[in-house]
Design a protein around this ligand. Sequence first.
Ligand code: NAP
Length: 264
Amino acid sequence: MPQNKFVMITGSTSGIGFELAKLFAKDNYDVAMSGSSEKIYESAKEIEELGVEAYPFQADASTYEGVEAFWKFVEGKNRKLHAAVLNVGVSLGGAFMDNDLEEELKLIDINISGTVHTAKRVVNHMVPNGEGNILIVSSLSATLPTPYETVYGPSKAFGFMFAEALREELKDTGVNVTAMLPGATNTDFHHNAGMDSTYFGDDSIKNEKTEVAKQGYDALMNGLDHIICGDEETKQQAEENKRTPEPVKAANHAKKAKPQEQGD
Ligand SMILES: NC(=O)c1ccc[n+]([C@@H]2O[C@H](COP(=O)([O-])OP(=O)(O)OC[C@H]3O[C@@H](n4cnc5c(N)ncnc54)[C@H](OP(=O)(O)O)[C@@H]3O)[C@@H](O)[C@H]2O)c1
């Protein structure tokens, strides 16, 4: 029996990361999984039921130590890493002038610093092997200003352009980099961002997380530079965003993301 391939997925306790873990497992990848809660151990058991090894690790991705600890855990398996999904990410709803600076800096630590940190370790592991697949989870929010999630959209724009830049640098190394840009998706994400009272509090307007994850997975396996994930409307929105001036996109997003108690 040939040994399974090996993937690491950050933020895979639930949501899109967990759906991606299932897809890799179904393709016989063993999966190293991280999350900040104890539930990561239960999630890993569910992945093992698909017939692969799952290695759960509980660590806080908002700290340098937490990010490094997960990498050391992965490296400690002494296996070639075939794929890495840099998925962990959070948003923060509310007006910039009201939000805690600490919460905003934590978002930047998770979405930007943690992504760069993990990518550094993964790239330095994969390039000498001459192969590897890196999926960076950005967002449709990378293509517009996101008032009332003021810091989130820019953090995802970073992820998108970081992925495209890295892809170009690594094009002759055998290591592929793909960015995944989901539209609003039915996970706990907006609830965790304190956005229940907004348009995004309604799951019925969102994309199905299984479909979003499948589109991202297929794009990675086909070596695409990036993919907009979601239904036709989401893909059309991305096209429109290329032609729409920033102030118009900002005003549209503000209507959707403004907490209702502050609404017009
Ligand atoms: N849902 C959307 O509408 C949407 C749209 C576009 C892009 N995205 C992007 O998709 C990615 C995944 O989002 P999601 O929708 O799946 O969100 P989610 O349902 O809130 O899941 C977030 C995941 O990250 C983990 N996590 C959160 N904070 C962490 C921390 N400090 N340290 C370690 N792990 C942490 C969670 O595990 P624990 O609970 O164990 O901490 C969970 O597995 C994010 O990068 C997000 O920006 C989401």
